[in-house]
Design a protein around this ligand. Sequence first.
Ligand code: GRF
Length: 203
Amino acid sequence: MSKKISIVVLASGRGSNLQALIQAQPGYGSYEIKAVVSDIKEAPALNLALQANIQTQVVLPIKGEKRADYAQKLIDAIEIHKPDFIVLAGFMRLLAPSFIAHFSERIINIHPSLLPAFTGLHAQKQALDYGVRFSGCTVHFVDEGCDTGPIILQSVVPVLENDTEDTLSTRILVEEHKLLPKAVDLLAQNKVKISGRKINIGG
Ligand code: GRF
């Protein structure tokens, strides 16, 4: 096995994907969560981190602050931990181009749809409203767009006849919790090669 990589997780909310990363960590043994950073003081994800003895930090946005200034505060908070990769797990803020450039090809995100369909908020509702038969989740590199970066892994989830936004979200979430740790493990093993928009998962 290659060296253990370190990651910093950014989360704004309940943190179930963070929890999945924490739980899968001993099994994979290929990554270490150095810190969890949030833009929300009360984010439940911070408590999950504390329970797992992971350092936490809150980087609060100030009203009227420029996106680039907030991005710099975030960069400073993250760089303390010198992570190999940044994992967005329900981080609800569009990151400034300066942030993306700083951590170029080192930021990944999990999104609850089969991208490029249904980017942005309420992806599961968008899928239901559109009437697709299959949805799912995607782990992708983050670029300057909203959920537009190169795709690392996807998992397909069928849409059932009586699905509501809640039932579909719950079923997709089960797959998210497997996909995100798997993607981080692939990064740790240096198996993820980017070539333009395409990702090659090497053996
Ligand atoms: C997940 O559905 C993820 O795909 C999306 O935001 C949600 C975060 O959920 N980006 P959680 O905080 O990880 O439970």
